[in-house]
Design a protein around this ligand. Structure first.
Ligand SMILES: NC(=O)c1ccc[n+]([C@@H]2O[C@H](COP(=O)([O-])OP(=O)(O)OC[C@H]3O[C@@H](n4cnc5c(N)ncnc54)[C@H](O)[C@@H]3O)[C@@H](O)[C@H]2O)c1
Ligand SMILES: O=c1ccn([C@@H]2O[C@H](COP(=O)(O)OP(=O)(O)O[C@H]3O[C@H](CO)[C@@H](O)[C@H](O)[C@H]3O)[C@@H](O)[C@H]2O)c(=O)[nH]1
Length: 350
């Protein structure tokens, strides 16, 4: 069975492609390599293309028998989305709509989508359930919220059969498979902290210590990327098994062909707690400079994950905080070598 993975050369996408391949699925990746990498693509076809290119998208569906799409491709930085919302509405909302239109025109109706806890904005109840009101506070969150809305409407009107996975903070690596997070410039907290302990940065900038949390820093729910990958397989198989989840959803949510799941551990970790765990795991000191809050950052985002556990049969197994940091640290120390080496190999193959 062949699965199209948009954004499969990116961080979470590449780990999910690897999990799909382990399960025996064939994969074709569609990626413009804006933030993804050739070296992260293994044992499958990479079509270098943009979501904006309808013709190229159509030709991928024409030349492959695609059973379902797993859609990661997006711009995904909260801070950047506040300063450059046009990029986010164009790439995420318009790009996804184009993809869904092509899918449906080519008779492919099954979709797993990378959504986010950023759609909840400032949640009233924490841990956050899927029933929490979605009220984003940054453009990135709005784009993902709008895409979910399109998925619901397309389900009702055109039979799109989709699952939105609302990830909390992806972290960690499959360093043993030579995969990990490699963004440039990096903006995510764990790689930035690790760049500081390995001497690539002089100091870590802590964005705000005046939040209404126990230690004043923001709280997030960090989920290992390999646990995210396994949830995608389960969601995909749910769609593939049930030709339509329409009936079940109509009963529970009054929605058609759409379902959503939070993917987090349920454990909140503040940035200051993260720093002390990193110091413990690496045995090194993190120099910290306290800065202004970053625009668009909610103070607390922690998942209630019972729905995914119950209905998908999902169980996070790699997401212990020390384990996440160990794996991210190992990746940080080997990534330059892996990236250079793998790039040379990838350039020869592709
Ligand atoms: N990293 C997180 O903590 C997190 C949390 C919640 C949701 N998400 C979502 O998960 C998805 C993957 O995130 P990631 O951290 O792996 O990001 P990433 O930047 O590493 O991966 C995104 C991939 O999509 C590709 N891409 C972007 N725009 C494209 C376009 N127009 N056409 C084709 N390809 C395009 C990029 O080249 C890249 O390979 C995103 O949709 C993101 O919003 C991420
Ligand atoms: O140099 C830094 C970078 C981050 N932080 C803080 O660390 C936390 C986590 O930030 P970051 O790693 O940038 O992740 P988020 O902004 O929470 O966003 C990630 O997690 C979201 C879900 O919460 C996803 O939707 C996004 O795609 C993904 O980028 C936040 O409180 C930041 O303020 C700092 O204090 N200093």
């Amino acid at each position: 069975m062949k699965i199209m993975v948009t954004g499969g050369a990116g961080y979470i996408g590449s780990h999910t492609v690897s999990a799909l391949q382990e399960k025996g699925y064939e994969v074709v990746i569609y990626d413009n390599l804006s933030t993804g990498h050739k070296w992260a693509v293994r044992n499958c076809e990479l079509v270098i293309g943009d979501l904006g290119n309808t013709k190229q998208l159509e030709s991928v569906f024409d030349s492959h028998q695609i059973s379902a799409v797993v859609h990661f491709a997006a711009s995904s930085l909260v801070g950047e989305s506040v300063s450059n919302p046009a990029k986010y509405y164009e790439n995420n909302v318009i790009g996804s709509k184009r993809l869904f239109d092509v899918m449906l025109a080519k008779g492919v109706s099954k979709l797993v989508f990378s959504s986010t806890c950023a759609t909840y904005g400032l949640p009233e109840v924490v841990p956050i359930t899927e029933n929490e009101k979605q009220s984003p506070i940054n453009s990135y969150g709005w784009t993902k919220f709008m895409i979910e809305r399109i998925m619901q409407d397309y389900g009702q009107a055109y039979g799109l059969n989709s699952i939105a996975l609302r990830y909390f903070n992806a972290a960690g690596s499959a360093y043993e498979a030579g995969l990990g997070e490699a963004h440039s410039p990096e903006s995510h907290v764990i790689p930035l902290l690790l760049e500081t302990v390995t001497g690539k940065r002089d100091v870590f900038s802590l964005f705000g210590q005046d939040y209404n949390t126990e230690d004043g820093s923001c709280i997030r729910d960090y989920i290992h990327v390999k646990d995210l990958a396994s949830a995608h397989i389960l969601a995909l198989e749910r769609l593939l098994k049930n030709d339509s989840i329409l009936e079940e959803n109509c009963k529970s949510q009054d929605l058609t062909g759409f379902d959503c799941f939070n993917l987090g551990t349920g454990e909140g970790v503040s940035v200051l707690q993260l720093i002390s765990t990193i110091e413990k795991v690496t045995g090194k000191n993190v120099p910290v400079r306290v800065c202004e809050r970053r625009e668009g950052d909610p103070p607390v985002l922690v998942a209630e994950n019972r729905k995914a556990v119950k209905l998908l049969g999902w169980k996070p197994v790699y997401s212990d905080m020390e384990n996440i940091i160990q794996s991210a640290y190992k990746w940080e120390t080997m990534k330059a070598f892996c990236m250079g080496d793998m790039d040379q190999i990838a350039n020869k193959i592709l």
